[in-house]
Design a protein around this ligand. Structure first.
Ligand SMILES: CC(C)(COP(=O)(O)OP(=O)(O)OC[C@H]1O[C@@H](n2cnc3c(N)ncnc32)[C@H](O[C@H]2O[C@H](COP(=O)(O)OP(=O)(O)OP(=O)(O)O)[C@@H](O)[C@H]2O)[C@@H]1O)[C@@H](O)C(=O)NCCC(=O)NCCS
Ligand SMILES: Nc1ncnc2[nH]cnc12
Length: 270
């Protein structure tokens, strides 16, 4: 269920930044997560560690707070999109400085930055999703050509990726992961997103076949009753091994889980 009640007062931008960084740390520490960095190690990522993700999370508190502050200081529209684009690019540099050049949280900064802006401006999760979608629909006037993996995958497979997800109001964070998080916990929330998201991280690494295998593996765990049942735990183990063996990373779903943890924490304040 999407809650659309107005909070007494939305948290301040600084608090939203702290809550977002905490959500990113909690997502990083949550264990086990197939293919993702967790307390056991780097999963499918040879160049990431848990301490690196924690440092990256802390580096993003300030830019996410700045996105929220910007949304309070001007009406939604092209000027705000331009300001938030600048904050986002600066935030990406901070992330890269904290990680020695590794893209740990580009998608997460994008999602949590836009959602924090929407929470500051509207005070509700549903309002934040609409606000984020409307801002993402506007072109970023300063965006240069991007050689990102997401761009490559969009050109090759037509996958809408992180941009498409934002333009739809982050449905995998808001409508898929968040309700499952509340009902069944973080592991199943991650799996719910993995079973449905067209993750450009998976497409880039393993093409449509890799994406299909991960989606099917996550769906199998949920069909078996979730990670908390014996049959679900066995299916989870198979998925975990598959991701490690073939270096399959559901990075976009890691971001969706972090966003859901963030939204849940903000709603919990009211
Ligand atoms: C719009 C931007 C997000 C840029 O998007 P683009 O797709 O061009 O860029 P990417 O660098 O590919 O980053 C997008 C990240 O989003 C995650 N993601 C993937 N699929 C989806 C999806 N369907 N929906 C939502 N999010 C998705 C994903 O993050 C994870 O992947 C990380 C690692 O990815 P990668 O760099 O490809 O690395 P590896 O596979 O590990 O590479 P090798 O080691 O093999 O080399 C992972 O850890 C997750 O975090 C994608 O990475 C946006 O950034 C933008 O426009 N920014 C400009 C500034 C701005 O306007 N900001 C405003 C708000 S702050
Ligand atoms: N735990 C994690 N491991 C790798 N990439 C991620 N992106 C977001 N969370 C992640």
């Amino acid at each position: 269920m999407l809650i659309d009640t107005v909070t007494a007062a939305p948290p301040t931008p600084a608090r939203l930044g702290r809550l977002a960084a905490r959500a990113l740390r909690e997502e990083a520490r949550h264990t086990p997560k197939p293919g993702l960095v967790d307390r056991r190690g780097g999963g499918a990522h040879r160049d990431m560690t848990l301490p690196m993700l924690l440092a990256s999370a802390d580096a993003l508190a300030a830019p996410i707070a700045a996105c929220a502050a910007a949304a309070l200081s001007m009406p939604p529209g092209r000027d705000l999109r331009a300001v938030i684009g600048g904050i986002g690019r600066d935030g990406e540099q901070r992330m890269l400085a904290a990680t020695g050049g590794v893209n740990t949280h580009r998608g997460a900064l994008w999602a949590l930055g836009l959602l924090a802006a929407g929470l500051a401006a509207t005070g509700t999760v549903a309002g934040a999703a609409r606000f984020a979608a409307a801002l993402a629909a506007l072109d970023d006037p300063a965006a240069g050509p991007s050689g990102s993996h997401g761009t490559g995958v969009r050109l090759r497979y037509g996958a809408p990726g992180a941009m498409g997800e934002a333009r739809r109001g982050f449905p995998h964070a808001v409508r898929v992961a968040l309700p499952v998080l509340r009902r069944s916990g973080r592991t199943d929330a991650l799996l719910a997103s993995m079973s449905r998201l067209e993750d450009t991280c998976l497409l880039h690494r393993a093409g449509p076949a890799g994406l299909r295998a991960v989606r099917a593996g996550a769906a199998a765990v949920l069909r078996a009753g979730g990670s908390g049942t014996a049959a679900g735990a066995a299916a989870f183990d198979r998925l975990d091994r598959l991701c490690r063996r073939h270096r399959l990373s559901p990075g976009g779903s890691g971001d969706a889980l972090a966003a859901a943890i963030f939204l849940d924490a903000v709603e919990g304040l009211t």
